[in-house]
Design a protein around this ligand. Sequence first.
Ligand code: CA
Length: 228
Amino acid sequence: MPERILVVEDEEKMARIVELELSHEGYEVTKCSDGLTGLQCAEQNDFDLILLDIMLPVLSGIEVLRRLRKSKSTPVILLTARDEVVDKVLGLDSGAEDYVTKPFSIEELLARIRAALRTSAARNAKTADENMGSDNVVLAVGELSLDIGKHAVFYAGENIELTPREFELLRCLLENKGMALTRDALLDKVWGYDYIGETNAVDVYVRFLRSKIDEKYGVKLISTVRGA
Ligand code: CA
């Protein structure tokens, strides 16, 4: 069955080119040209991936993503303009898988799409594996614990809400407790070997984890080793 991609983009020419190229690659493409229609379409169907423009009429891409995440975990790649740095961070924090900066080459877009689809397939397989296992593995340090089976994180018994990527990053750090991991190692383990985005993603996500754990609870569980 062809993988289904939803393209939410208000620039008609751009949307048409993307549709043409993706269809040519064998994907089944659906297009929406404003945020609200895009959100409804994403909620009512099961897409394998969503390409989501940030600057959209009616509802912004970030708002679409926030609302969508209440019910669906469909991987999302944001399409951003060059200087929308704040929006990129907001977007990642709201649960986007990746972002591509306009103008992009179609080869770059296709590579990001393949990477995001592979990551999501691997995650689904892993979740299915874990659900099969009877042991509930819990990783912990200090008052912090991460329950792999339940996909939940607690600090002193209090539940901490993490996005799927933040969860994977924290899990990786806990599995390697006490060791320094390079940005590249984290990218490999958490984002996948073929991740071709910016290594900056690691810094951004470590910042998210620090604000949700270290800063919130006044502890220092995540340390940076300079040069390593
Ligand atoms: Ca736009």
